[in-house]
Write a protein that binds this ligand. Structure first.
Ligand SMILES: *Cc1c(COP(=O)(O)O)cnc(C)c1O
Length: 396
């Protein structure tokens, strides 16, 4: 990518380490500052803030026709995933869960708790579920009513092919739900380009807010038809939506400060050029960081075509002097909190590209990693042969 280098973003003001993690992540000072005042949840000023947040999110989803609604939900992202599944899947429905990592498996586990029918395509640690497999599974099981796909599977960092999945789902006359938690706001998920009934994301991912709520963007007709489906009083999106439509308020206590911070985060997102601008910064973060880490001898789990601009998985070096716990502490002492890996087959770690940081920071991350390796006496960052054999299974 041939982009001119922009002026560095300001460093965290309290000198705290950068969070190279997929949320909570490093936020702008202005976002934290927006939490300094208190709001009455019923007050018109706070209601206006909630409306502004929802309007902006619908605009990011490309809803120009007014066919979609945005329903925020208290709690972490998983609360919103559970709310989405419990609200839209009727008791006699059946979900095809597409899993290639921890979040897909969590969706399957959620279905178990919901005691509703589901079937699972489990591709293991990172292999992508493809459109033709989805088509075959739907063809084989006419009871399936819904499919849930993970947009960016944060446990490996893979960008799943949601467009081809959507085509397969609607060609078979079924409905698609998307967990776009770690992608929405940085990767396009426009309702005019990719068909889906509902998608879910949360405050503390690519919009760069602080944790405290999630939100579901859903077709209004689906929301209206979902009355009475929910297994849960508090997680009923139909009820939250209906109450908000009527009163402008959240049904139960909203995370007021978090909403104020999120509105500020959305303003900064717009200033940066919206989804395209945010996505470009993250892609640049990834490119600079991956190139630098490869220069040190590290290898990525995924081939370039599957690497998301959200988070990248690296194999741990084979060198016996490498110890992830020590590497982690050294990186932290140098100002960077990294993230352990989640692969079951080989040792790995992850470095996030999202949050209030840019390529200047990523260069420092690479420098810190190089220093940490030499301090540990690691002479080669090359992964074990087993790791490369694993990666060879993935198509380019
Ligand atoms: C972060 C994330 C979630 C939600 O996780 P919480 O810890 O509940 O916020 C769900 N799906 C994906 C893909 C995620 O990245």
């Amino acid at each position: 990518m041939n982009r001119s280098v922009s002026a560095p973003l300001p460093a965290p003001r309290l000198g705290e380490p950068y969070l190279l993690t997929p949320g909570p992540l490093t936020t702008a000072y202005e976002v934290k500052e927006a939490m300094l005042r208190d709001w009455g949840s019923w007050d018109a000023d706070f209601r206006a803030m909630t409306k502004a947040v929802c309007d902006r999110l619908l605009a990011l989803a490309g809803d120009t026709a007014g066919d979609y609604a945005c329903v925020p939900m208290q709690g972490s992202g998983s609360f919103s995933v559970e709310a989405m599944l419990g609200t839209f899947v009727p008791w006699d429905g059946k979900v095809l869960v597409l899993a290639n990592g921890a979040y897909g498996l969590r969706a399957a586990e959620t279905m178990k708790y919901l005691a509703r029918g589901y079937t699972l395509i489990d591709k293991g640690d990172y292999m992508p579920p493809r459109g033709d497999e989805v088509a075959a599974a739907l063809d084989a099981d006419p009871d399936i009513t819904h499919v849930i796909a993970i947009h960016c599977e944060t446990s490996s960092g893979i960008l799943n092919p949601v467009a081809e999945i959507s085509e397969a789902v609607y060609a078979a006359g079924r409905k698609l739900l998307i967990d776009s938690m770690s992608a929405f706001g940085a990767l396009p998920l426009n309702v005019n380009e990719i068909r889906y009934e509902a998608m879910v994301s949360s405050a503390n991912k690519c919009i760069e807010g602080v944790p405290g709520f999630g939100f579901v963007v859903a077709r209004k007709a689906e929301l209206a038809a979902a009355k009475g489906n929910s297994h849960s009083l508090a997680l009923d999106l139909n009820a939250q939506w209906a109450y908000m439509e009527k009163t402008g308020q959240w049904r139960y206590t909203p995370p007021t400060h978090v909403v104020a911070a999120f509105l500020k985060a959305l303003e900064l997102h717009a200033e940066e050029g919206g989804v395209a601008g945010r996505g470009a910064r993250y892609a640049r973060n990834r490119d600079v960081m991956v190139e630098g880490m490869r220069g040190l001898g590290f290898e990525t789990l995924l081939k370039d075509r599957w690497l998301s601009p959200i988070i990248v998985t690296f194999f741990c070096p084979a060198d016996p002097k490498f110890d992830f716990a020590v590497f982690y502490e050294k990186m932290k002492a140098k100002g960077f909190i990294i993230y352990p890996g989640k692969l079951t087959v080989v040792d790995s770690f992850r470095i996030g590209c999202i949050g209030r940081m840019d390529e200047h920071v990523m260069r420092k991350v690479v420098k810190a990693a190089g220093e940490a390796l030499s301090e540990m006496g690691v002479t080669s960052a090359a992964p074990p042969a087993a790791a490369l054999a694993e990666r060879a299974k993935l198509a380019a």
